[in-house]
Write a protein that binds this ligand. Structure first.
Ligand SMILES: Cc1cc2nc3c(=O)[nH]c(=O)nc-3n(C[C@H](O)[C@H](O)[C@H](O)COP(=O)(O)O)c2cc1C
Length: 168
């Protein structure tokens, strides 16, 4: 049976919500974690204008070297970040593009102000990845108690199943 390298969670978080959810999921899954911290959004207050502009125009910060070339050896990769203007936050788009040619199940874990924002952001992120996600989940602000791992458990089960289906 094929032994895969540890799964990977790549996340971006400006105000900490995604970081909390992503770290909970890292603890649950035993995955490695990589946090993106682009300087582009360091400007106090005005960063939201930059974020909205990037979300709407498709502009994005460059992708730092995350070793994603080896992502095909991982059991799965999860991309986690907030919804901005109805889309996945700009820093994560180049991650999805880098994963396009890689044969690995990719999951999307979103945080959002309102659950209504999630389905459109999932669809637009799938267009960047150029294939359906193996699993998706979203957590709206103020939604999860830290001991409520039901949604994350289901998300993890779908990801693990995606790789074993490939093996059968
Ligand atoms: C610039 C900007 C645009 C946003 N646009 C949306 C949106 O369209 N829909 C939504 O549900 N939430 C939106 N939000 C709310 C964030 O998705 C939400 O607060 C998220 O939990 C923030 O994650 P973070 O703390 O990891 O940065 C937006 C937030 C910002 C800063």
């Amino acid at each position: 049976m094929t032994r895969y390298a540890k799964p990977l969670v790549v996340f971006y978080s400006h105000s900490g919500h995604t970081r909390d959810v992503a770290e909970r999921f890292v603890r649950l899954s035993g995955a490695d974690r990589r946090q993106l911290s682009p300087a582009r959004y360091d400007i106090p207050v005005l960063w939201t204008v930059q974020a909205m502009f990037d979300a709407v125009t498709g502009a994005e910060p460059p992708l730092p070297n995350l070793g994603l070339g080896l992502a095909g050896e991982r059991r799965w990769v999860v991309v986690a970040g907030p919804v901005w203007a109805g889309r996945l936050a700009a820093p994560l788009r180049p991650v999805l593009r880098a994963l396009r040619p890689v044969d690995v199940p990719v999951g999307l874990l979103l945080t959002c102000g309102s659950p209504k924002g999630a389905p459109g952001a999932i669809r637009s992120a799938e267009r960047v990845l150029d294939r359906p996600f193996a699993a998706t989940a979203f957590v709206a602000n103020g939604e999860p108690a830290s001991d409520d791992t039901d949604g994350l458990n289901g998300f993890l089960a779908r990801l693990d199943e995606a790789r074993s289906l490939v093996l059968l």
